[in-house]
Design a protein around this ligand. Sequence first.
Ligand code: ADP
Ligand code: MG
Length: 276
Amino acid sequence: MSDLPGTPVTGSIPAHPSESRVVLEARGVGVTRDGRPILHDVNLEVRTGEVLALVGPNGAGKSTLLGALSGELDYDHGTVLLDGKRLGDYRTIELARRRAVLNQASEVSFPFLVREIVAMGRNPWVRTPQFDDDEKAIAEAVRTADVGHLVERRFTALSGGERARVSLARVLAQRTEIVFLDEPTAALDLRHQEDVMRASLALARAGRAVVVVLHDLSLAAAYADRIGMLTGGTLAAIGTPNEVLTAERVGRAYGLGVRVYHPTPGSRPVILPLRD
Ligand code: ADP
Ligand code: MG
């Protein structure tokens, strides 16, 4: 047996930066589609310096909430404030300089090269001083998302996991204060899941805000500062991983018995389904 390359993911999570402020605030946000409420009365603050994970069963409203918070989706009730100003009062270009969004489905159908896709993340910065950092931003994003070997490939010819990492690189290249990631780890192998979450944490600790939808509760628990749990369009709980991920709450939300295991007393929880 030999050691595998790569940095091990052990070690404690670095502390919150002391400079942390509420950058985004949802007040009583509700979304109705086809006459049916799919998100009800969500109140939520997003702070710089934190990773906020959104979890919950399929159809719970996670993507809808992410869309409402990012300004990509219209909501019917309430308000979302970015630095105290309503999202709807920002111009599209201003929003693109404040937040980047990795959507659940990769929307690209034209056979762009991977390097062209990543470079799209720089579009909001054309004709600004930040455009000087272009090459550096792209190189860093490519390295973080581990897609250097794919840059001359066509996006449409990549596997699902490779596409997800290229889309992540585009979002990272955008270098925004707020980063929204909808299931960025869904198609990824174990190592790349950890890489993406480590990169998210590093962004947060560098003073950004990361809002990430995850299905893997143990992964969310390991990396998130706070977890918001959605069920049936409602934000059922929000708090630290240990506060939110109790066996009772997870069992009720998913309709499945689970055991919440702490590898060491007080450590972040690991959630295991109860099996016969
Ligand atoms: P999640 O991301 O948690 O799986 P979504 O936010 O995508 O859930 O969707 C929440 C619910 O709203 C689901 O029942 C979904 O079918 C419904 N929904 C989402 N978008 C629309 C839409 N445009 N029209 C009608 N129903 C929708
Ligand atoms: Mg979704």
